[in-house]
Design a protein around this ligand. Sequence first.
Ligand code: MN
Length: 321
Amino acid sequence: MMKKAVECIRNNRSFLVTMHVNMEGDAVGAALAFCLLAEKLGKKTAVINDDPVPQVYSFLPGTSRITRTPERPPSGFDCFVAVDCSDLKRCGKAGEAARGARCVLNIDHHVSNVNFGSVNWVEPSSSSASEMIYNLYRKMKVPFDKESSLLLYTGIMTDTGSFRYTNTSDRTHLAAAELMRCGAVPADVYRRIYEASSFSDMQALARILGTMKKDQSGKLVWFAVERSMMPRRRMSMDLTEQILSYARSVKEAEVVVLFRENFGAKGSIRVNFRSRGRIDVNNIAGMFGGGGHSTASGCTVAGEMKTAVKKVLSAVKGKIL
Ligand SMILES: [Mn+2]
């Protein structure tokens, strides 16, 4: 409940914030905007994450204060805040800091959220964690400034696929309008994120799109991306989001699945699902210990690419029939 979250913020003085590993726009935007809100109320904050900030989001104000999770998780904070995480496990090693905290504030919009906090504010009907933080500003009467508007607008825009996906509501648009009024410029944000790719990264994307496969019905489309297909450097785009966004343009495709060899944990495959709506992919990801939303979800499968593809696709086919 938002009311409990507000109380938690009022009653504590210092906050250690984190978000899921492999952070994207919503996680970065919501976490940093949360910090700005807490600081305007006179609180202390810090942000940690297991991963570096992806290059494409580095233009956002405050990203330099996101520090890599240290060997021993920091202690001495009143409250541990997880943003955009369905499960403490999704925070990786940073989640260990929750143990030492007086309270654990769980702010999330995934339907698969397991309510791991001592305070759980979970709203699956919200487009994004950023839309929730937007509402928190309104509730706590903290005015938006240029920085917070940009952060929250970016989070909402990226999680809704630029307001195209079914999680976009009338409230989402109202929030976006208010954030524009307070300084967010849609064309600028769009350019920074979607029109800032390097030539070689676009070539890599084109190569990977060329490996697209479908099943006999055409309703299932997938990609199996091996490490050798990936550029070595940090990419100038959110590759997962780009691939899935293009693949869902295939008219007949009801479910798109992206398999990626994991960079961090060797011998495991990261799997991302997108659904047009009829098939609940939160459910399918849940069969493999993952989760997310009914139309966008993910899981990690241990083992080799070939076996992961076989296992996961047969689970999806079972649902499509
Ligand atoms: Mn999100």
